[in-house]
Design a protein around this ligand. Sequence first.
Ligand code: KG4
Ligand code: ZN
Length: 357
Amino acid sequence: MSRPLVLAIESSCDETGIALVEGGRRIVSNVVASQVALHAPSGGIVPEVAARAHLRWIVPVLDEAWKDAGATWGDIDAIAVTYGPGLAGSLLVGINFAKALAWVHDRPLVAVNHLEGHVYAAWLLDPGQEPGDCPEPVFPLVALVVSGGHTFIAEMRDHLTYRLLGTTVDDAAGEAFDKVGRLLGLGYPGGPAIQRAAENATRYDVTFPRAWMGDSYDLSFSGLKTAARRIEADARQAEGLPSDDPTATLSDSTVAELAWGFQDSVVDVLATKTARAARAVGARSIVLGGGVAANAALRARLAGEAADLGVPLIVPRPALCTDNGAMIGAAGACRYGAGERARLDLDARPSLPLATR
Ligand code: KG4
Ligand code: ZN
């Protein structure tokens, strides 16, 4: 195995992920226990429930990761763990688990920013893949990170260095997907459900607003959410549905049309701004990461923008866009290589930032 071999732990939100990553790129094993079904009835993540589920699943997930890898502790060079941003209780489960393993097995501990993990997912290779099979991000690059809790555009001129170009001033893109998904009765999480509904659209007449925020690379999605409420209410009226009866639902075709219109607005703003940023900084590649990067419309649109600019778009396969341990292993290996070591008093940083202006 090429070095380092990193055991990586991710528990910042609602997925318990443990992976083994070799040489900072190759996935040896990557196991994710999702809590989606657990949180679906409440329509969102309940922090206390999430932390308890991490506790319940973290040991079985590690057992599974070992089984898939065929490696032993003797092969492991370092343990990487997400220490923020995220839910405090969820982060603490992963951090304390990682510390215990580091102490018992006498291995160095590396602290990883979850958002850096979403960026470094772009370097990951699946077990059968060779480095030549998929392009490696080249610097300078522009990264668009779009998740349930964060949305920003950053420039990287080298490994582990970030300059913030723009960020959401209110909701994250994923949060908007989740809220509008709930509004349209599509369940939780809203992102994949909106994508599926939008794929069935046959009418494309409803236009949702775009918050361009002048010339800046900043983003805003709260106005879009308010517009969605108004557009949904108008659609209910047009279909003769009583406004006070939530069990009376819009027709599937209207839901599909509204889902498409909403998604088109988010994708348009994200792709346009990212492409403009890439052109402005002379980026040689564009990286897309975070849960919303699993969205097929966003991937397709940004691929088109990147092709127009003549630079590669590097976007992980959808399962590596949403939270997982492998992305923490890729970022952790880079930090480990740079000589970074965390102490055993490492604490959770729920609001840890990544990039600054
Ligand atoms: O990165 P992630 O797994 O967790 C956080 O760090 O937040 O992102 C989760 C977010 C959720 O808001 C979810 O609705 C969204 O990613 N998402 C999608 C898709 N798949 C997941 N949004 C749009 N289209 C998708 N296909
Ligand atoms: Zn995430």
